[in-house]
Write a protein that binds this ligand. Structure first.
Ligand code: PLP
Length: 468
C-alpha cells in the first residue's frame, strides 16, 4: 500500500511538526525532540508499515492491545454502522444505547460469575480510577469509612490516573508526581527469577500471602480497603507468578476482609490462554478492570466490573434518588461498545481465542529455545504473553549498566530487522503478538529476534560487559 509512504521531504516535515508540538505519553520529552518519531502508517494482521515504507512484524500488538490483529474488516464495519446510525448517546442519567446495554450483559456473561455489573470507561487508567472511587464510596456507604488504604504489588502497573499511578509501583510514574499517596502501599512482586524462594512455587506463594497479611496487620484490617494486582505483571517486566498464586491471594484477601481487585487490562481477552486469567484458577474477584483487548485498540474503551455486593453497597448506601457522582461524557460510548461486541464475537465465534491456544506451544518453544543464548537469563511465558530477561552474568543474574542504553539499542536493532517488541527497564524484552498470529509468522518472529540478540551480543561494549 504505497499511498501511505511519504517522500523523505514529507517525512522530515511531519517529524518536525511532531518534535515541535506533540507531547508523547511515557517518553523522555527532550530526548524525543532530538530523536524524532517513528511514524506508523498502516497495518494488516500482525504486520505494520511505517511512513518510510518499512515492513515490521509487530510482536507486541501495538501496546499489547490489538489482539484481533490489524485490518479486521468486520470491526471497521461495526464502527461505521454505529457511527452512521447514532455516533453518540450519553450514558448519563437514564439514557443508554443498545450496544452499551448489550456489551454490559456480554461482559457479565463472560467474566467470572462473581461480577454482575459493568461500568464502561475510556480505557485502563480510567477503569482503575473508577474502581478506586467506587471502593471509597462502597466503604463510606456501608459504614466502614476508615477502610481507605490500598495495597498493590511492587513493579505493578495500574495506569497513570492521579490515584492509579500511585497504585502503580514503577519509579517513573511516581517521580515528580508526589506519589504514592500515604494511603497506597506495596508488597513484593511474586517474581520466581528474582525471589529468594526461587523455583519453589509453594514457598513463593506462601511468601506473597505472608506479605499481604503482614501489611494488613501493620495498617489494621479495619483501615484497609482493597488489594489490587495483575495476574501477570505486565509493564513491570512480564512477571509470571506460579500457578495458584492468584487464587491464594484472592483467598487471603477474603479472609482479611479486604476487596480483591484483579487488573486484567493486559491479561483479559485471551492473552494468557483463557478468556481471563482468573478463569485458569477459578478466581472470583470483587472487582475487575478491563481495557485493551476489549476493543483490540480499534477505539478506546475499558470497563470496571463489580460484584453485586459492591454494587448494592454503593447503591443502597447512597441517599435515595441522589446520583452517584462519577461519569464522563464518553462513558459507555456507543461506537466503542459496538466495536467491543464485534471484537468479543471474533474471539469466540471467530476462533481467535482458539487460535491463540493452538499456537501458544510454538510461541513457548520459540522463547524457550533462546534460553541457551548467552544474553538470556530468564524466559517467561504464559499463553501469548512472554519475555526474555537479559543478563550480563547468568550465574549472578546481574543486569546491564543503564549507561549502555541497551533498551534503546535493542529497539533500534529490532527495527532494523523488521521486528517490534517492547523493552522494559534496560534488560527485559516483552512479546505479546496478536492472537491471530500463525505458526509461520511466529517462526519469522523468532528468526528476527535471534538476529537482534546476536547483533546486540556482537557489540564490543556489550561483549565487554559480559562475565567471563
Ligand atoms: N492496568 C494495566 C495492567 C495496564 O497494563 C495498563 C496499561 O498498560 C493500564 C492499567 C492502564 O490502561 P490504559 O493505558 O488504557 O489507561
Amino acid at each position: 500500500d504505497h499511498a501511505n509512504i511519504a517522500t523523505p521531504e514529507q517525512h522530515a516535515a511531519l517529524a518536525g511538526l511532531d518534535r515541535a508540538h506533540l507531547i508523547h505519553p511515557v517518553a523522555p520529552w527532550r530526548r524525543h525532540e532530538e530523536r524524532g518519531p517513528t511514524v506508523l502508517s498502516s497495518g494488516h494482521g500482525v504486520w505494520l508499515q511505517d511512513a518510510q515504507g518499512r515492513e515490521l512484524l509487530d510482536a507486541f500488538a501495538g501496546l499489547w492491545c490489538v489482539n484481533v490483529g490489524y485490518g479486521q474488516e468486520s470491526v471497521v464495519q461495526a464502527a461505521v454502522e454505529q457511527m452512521r446510525r447514532l455516533p453518540y448517546a450519553t450514558g448519563y442519567f437514564h439514557f443508554a444505547s443498545e450496544p452499551a446495554i448489550r456489551l454490559a450483559a456480554k461482559l457479565v456473561e463472560i467474566t467470572p460469575a462473581s461480577l454482575t455489573r459493568a461500568y464502561l470507561t475510556l480505557g485502563g487508567s480510567e477503569s482503575v480510577d473508577a474502581a478506586v472511587r467506587f471502593i471509597v464510596q462502597y466503604y463510606n456507604n456501608t459504614g466502614r469509612p476508615a477502610k481507605k488504604h490500598f495495597i498493590a504489588l511492587e513493579r505493578g502497573y495500574h495506569g497513570s490516573s492521579s490515584t492509579g499511578a500511585g497504585l502503580t509501583a514503577l519509579p517513573v510514574f511516581h517521580r515528580g508526581f508526589d506519589l504514592p499517596l500515604a494511603t497506597q502501599h506495596h508488597i513484593p512482586s511474586p517474581n520466581p527469577y528474582r525471589h529468594e524462594s526461587g523455583s519453589d512455587a509453594a514457598a513463593l506463594i506462601a511468601a506473597s500471602v505472608a506479605s499481604l497479611r503482614a501489611k494488613v496487620a501493620q495498617l489494621g484490617a479495619e483501615n484497609v480497603a482493597a488489594f489490587f494486582c495483575e495476574p501477570v505483571q505486565g509493564s513491570g517486566g512480564v512477571i509470571v507468578p506460579p500457578r495458584g498464586w492468584l487464587k491464594a491471594m484472592a483467598d487471603a484477601a477474603r479472609e482479611l476482609d479486604i476487596l480483591f481487585v484483579v487488573d486484567e487490562v493486559i491479561t483479559g481477552f485471551g492473552r494468557t490462554g483463557t478468556m481471563f486469567a482468573c478463569d485458569a484458577e477459578g478466581v472470583q474477584p470483587d472487582l475487575m478492570t478491563l481495557a485493551k483487548g476489549l476493543t483490540s485498540g480499534y477505539v478506546p474503551m475499558g470497563a470496571t466490573m463489580m460484584s453485586e455486593r459492591v454494587y448494592a453497597g454503593i447503591a443502597d448506601g447512597a441517599p435515595a434518588g441522589q446520583p452517584i457522582g462519577h461519569g464522563a461524557t464518553y462513558s459507555a460510548h456507543p461506537v466503542s461498545a459496538a466495536v467491543a461486541l464485534e471484537v468479543i464475537r471474533l474471539y469466540e465465534e471467530g476462533g481467535i481465542l482458539a487460535n491463540a491456544q493452538r499456537v501458544a506451544a510454538r510461541f513457548a518453544a520459540g522463547l524457550a529455545a533462546l534460553r541457551s543464548h548467552p544474553l538470556v537469563g530468564d524466559v517467561r511465558c504464559v499463553g501469548l504473553l512472554g519475555a526474555l530477561e537479559l543478563v550480563s552474568d547468568k550465574a549472578s543474574k546481574r543486569g546491564f549498566d543503564p549507561a549502555l542504553g541497551l533498551a534503546d539499542r535493542l529497539f533500534a536493532l529490532g527495527y532494523q530487522h523488521g521486528l517490534v517488541f517492547r523493552s522494559f527497564g534496560d534488560h527485559v524484552l516483552g512479546f505479546a503478538p496478536a492472537l491471530t498470529i500463525t505458526e509461520a509468522e511466529l517462526d519469522v518472529l523468532f528468526v528476527r529476534l535471534c538476529r537482534v540478540l546476536d547483533d546486540a551480543l556482537a557489540a564490543p561494549d556489550v561483549r565487554a560487559a559480559m562475565a567471563g
